[in-house]
Design a protein around this ligand. Structure first.
Ligand SMILES: Nc1ncnc2c1ncn2[C@@H]1O[C@H](COP(=O)(O)OP(=O)(O)OP(=O)(O)O)[C@@H](O)[C@H]1O
Length: 241
């Protein structure tokens, strides 16, 4: 595939060991602006570890992580952590921590909540929101912070089907904004998922991991339509049964 954008991050020969266990081995990945990269693989194959490495939360045991074009990045977890404060305050705090004045942070937080359709819940305690609403607040936070790279660790796995669709639609909008969006720059995304339907809907590129190694790295169309190594083929069959 021809890439027109500069790389944001590059992993070269990356390895992570926990004692005798190789959570990642010899991983080479170049992430370009505008990509939507899905990480798939069985439980324990290294998806979360790879996301944590890309976000600087996990140190490499070998190899290197090179930063390319300067960018802002944020990570979203399966279950977002909200404080026992109003939804608006939860979003405003993130902006305040980045140096915005409190009044300005609250105004921008409200705009971000409007963006994810939660303005009516701005005064409600964040801890009392449903799982899907909490994940939308977390997305409002990264939208407000204008993250250009978003790392998502199974962002919809704890949600019911309706909330799953809502959150997925928001991620898709962040990744491919329409011209009427205030922030029209596409957000580059890397997400892990066990839902291959979601991977087809959201990803431009798929990375299949097995025991810490990248076995397949293909554009999404080729991954689902082209020949695959046997292990990945069985994985896809199993997941789609
Ligand atoms: N902090 C840690 N200490 C020890 N072992 C760890 C640690 N973090 C991860 N591991 C191990 O590293 C391997 C990869 O884990 P990781 O969470 O990256 O897998 P995953 O693909 O995200 O799995 P899942 O689909 O279940 O979320 C697993 O064997 C896991 O037990």
């Amino acid at each position: 595939m021809i890439q027109t954008h500069a790389p944001l991050l590059t992993l070269r020969g990356a390895g992570v060991r926990f004692g005798a266990l190789h959570a990642l081995q010899a991983v080479n990945v170049t992430l370009h602006a505008g990509e939507r990269l899905a990480l798939i693989g069985a439980n324990g194959s290294g998806k979360s570890t790879l996301l944590r490495v890309l976000h600087g939360l996990q140190r490499l045991s070998s190899g290197e992580l090179a930063h390319g074009a300067p960018h802002r990045q944020a990570m979203l977890f399966q279950r977002p952590h909200l404080l026992r404060a109003s939804t608006q305050t939860n979003v405003a705090l993130a902006l305040w921590l980045r140096g915005h004045a409190w009044r300005e942070a609250r105004t921008q937080a409200l705009r971000a909540l409007e963006r994810v359709g939660l303005e009516s819940l701005a005064r409600q305690n964040g801890r009392t929101l449903s799982g899907g609403q909490q994940q939308r607040v977390a997305l409002a936070r990264v939208w407000a912070l204008q993250a250009q790279l978003l790392l998502l660790d199974e962002p919809t796995s704890s949600l019911d089907p309706h909330a799953k669709r809502e959150v997925e639609a928001l991620i898709a909008q962040l990744a491919s904004p329409t011209t009427c969006d205030a922030q029209s720059e596409p957000v580059t995304t890397v997400f892990s998922s066990h839902n291959l339907g979601q991977v087809k809907r959201l990803a431009t590129r798929v990375l299949y991991l097995e025991q810490g190694r990248v076995l397949v790295d293909l554009p999404v169309h080729d991954f689902f339509n082209g020949p695959l190594p046997e292990a990945a083929r069985w994985f896809v069959k199993g997941e789609t049964l």
